[in-house]
Design a protein around this ligand. Structure first.
Ligand SMILES: [Zn+2]
Length: 130
């Protein structure tokens, strides 16, 4: 149940700096295009839907559904890697934590949980919704 493995620090770039700054204070934000109104993931300077450069960071709900997942049982400390679809639309690769691996299911509702890394900002992972 407990995430025991060490999580490597994420690589912070100019395009992701704002995301990690927010993560450090426990805020989960995603890029939203103010021209077409759509959220996207991963962060980038140009909207993938309409090519606009009018992107701003907005607070996300932290709610998502498991799109697909795989449990890495042969790892030293087993973990579940997953793609989750955020309530705001984009799909994000992540880990599912604080869970019974055998009870995970596609479509299951999950919520964001920031997990500490070795010496960088915390990374967003997801746990089953209550
Ligand atoms: Zn757009």
């Amino acid at each position: 149940m407990t995430m025991a493995r060490a999580i490597p620090s994420p690589i912070v770039t100019a395009e992701t700096q704002a995301f990690w700054d927010a993560a450090r204070v426990g805020r989960f934000v995603i890029p939203v295009c103010t021209t077409c109104g759509k959220a996207h993931w991963y962060p980038r300077a140009i909207c993938p839907f309409c090519d606009s450069d009018k992107i701003e960071w907005r607070a996300a709900s932290g709610k998502a559904a498991i799109y697909t997942f795989s449990v890495m049982r042969r790892a030293k400390e087993p973990y579940a890697i997953a793609c989750v679809t955020l309530a705001e639309g984009p799909t994000m690769m992540t880990n599912i934590v604080d869970c019974d691996f055998d009870a995970l299911a596609i479509g299951q509702q999950v919520v964001v949980k920031f997990v500490e890394t070795e010496n960088g900002p915390p990374v967003p992972m997801f746990r089953p919704a209550a």
